[in-house]
Design a protein around this ligand. Sequence first.
Ligand SMILES: Cc1cc2nc3c(=O)[nH]c(=O)nc-3n(C[C@H](O)[C@H](O)[C@H](O)COP(=O)(O)OP(=O)(O)OC[C@H]3O[C@@H](n4cnc5c(N)ncnc54)[C@H](O)[C@@H]3O)c2cc1C
Length: 428
Amino acid sequence: MQDTTRILDVAGIGFGPSNLALAIALRERGEEAPSAAFFDRSPSFGWHRGMLIDDATMQISYLKDLVTLRDPTSSFSFLCYLKDRGRLVDFINHQILVPSRTEFHDYLAWAAARFPEVVSYGSEVTAVRPVPGEHAIDCVELVIRDVAEPDRTRTCLARNLVLATGLRMALPDGVELSERVWHSSEFLHRLAELPPAPERSFTVVGAGQSAAEVTNHLLGAFPDARVHAVFSRYGYSVADDSPFANRIFDPAAVDDYYLASPEVRQSLMRYHGNANYSVVDLDLIKEIYRRQYQDKVAGVHRLRIANVSRVRAATPVANGVDVQVEFLPNGEVETVNSDVVIFATGYRPADPMPLLGELGDFIELDDEGMLRVDRNYRAVTSEKLACGIYLQGATEHTHGISSSLLSMTAVRSGEIAESLCAAVRPTS
Ligand SMILES: Cc1cc2nc3c(=O)[nH]c(=O)nc-3n(C[C@H](O)[C@H](O)[C@H](O)COP(=O)(O)OP(=O)(O)OC[C@H]3O[C@@H](n4cnc5c(N)ncnc54)[C@H](O)[C@@H]3O)c2cc1C
């Protein structure tokens, strides 16, 4: 069924924090706001629900919410949320800058709940097709699948697209997920389904924030469990969130990165990757160390760390999973049996090209074969495509390390909103 009644100015694919912030930025433009609709495949608003571990905290200040860096007076700020929930004074007395992830999720859901008229949940966009106009393609058709009834699809037309489809799990080659082999993104859902057993054993693969959170949670939630942490580093390494290094997440850093040559961009990523990738908050590292030390004092060995190691195979067997772990210095392989293996091996941004289908043919590529994107996150296209295709997330190669993070969400969505308004209502 096609909604032929109108052509939207803007269709947003995904309604996580990025497109939620865009919906806010568009609404706050008042009368000049273009018409917009957003589609998300989740049944309701959700932000990394599988990792909403008790006690896990945000990696950013609450001031890096959906709006404050763009407009500190917005009614969608974290402070307005606190006021609305009756916790403003309590939060101030708490004297923290980083809320828990559970609280931030509640904040995001609170903001999303103010957009019932523009967002369709349970709606997966499965394809986007060009609709030729008189001189160029000036409209696209979205094919939207009803997740609850997969045989039902509908379509809608739009003049601009904003893709914010988030991250995809990254797994080592050959690993297949199953009832006993999980990715960290599904951790809490899977854990809730695990049948009770007296003594549990888990293998956690990876040395980043998620791996450390999963390891720490298992040690706390299952006092009798054995946890086998496998990673290729020598030990968990600390996330650099010191003040000067943190400036790599500033709006100004995006300008610098965008202007820089490929060599300078590469070196910036090399210098500052440790602000985000494969690193862990110092407090969490200390907590895991404390637990392991306390266990040693008590004469138990619940946490075993296989460092400088990698998993060569994880094979489901009758009593769990046989995990082959290779110790990299000498190549020796040990087989460890676990009830469950959790791959906390990270994420990669969703590649927009498969979803864009034929539209992708109109987007210019750089020398490395990556999408060319202008400073306002609009893909650079041939003149045959008049529609705007904006990317939220998949622009680390052009806009730097904050592209898939929350730090720049408020400012980025403001820049995209401004560009959309200019495209929809050109002044001359
Ligand atoms: C556990 C975890 C903790 C994190 N903590 C932080 C943090 O503290 N600070 C920080 O800066 N960053 C953090 N991040 C990084 C994270 O990328 C951002 O927090 C944020 O999720 C980016 O928002 P987004 O809207 O771009 O993507 P997402 O939040 O991933 O949202 C994408 C949405 O698109 C929907 N979608 C995907 N494909 C389709 C489709 N075809 N059709 C319809 N809908 C679709 C999905 O259902 C999803 O709702 C964290 C990431 C993880 C995994």
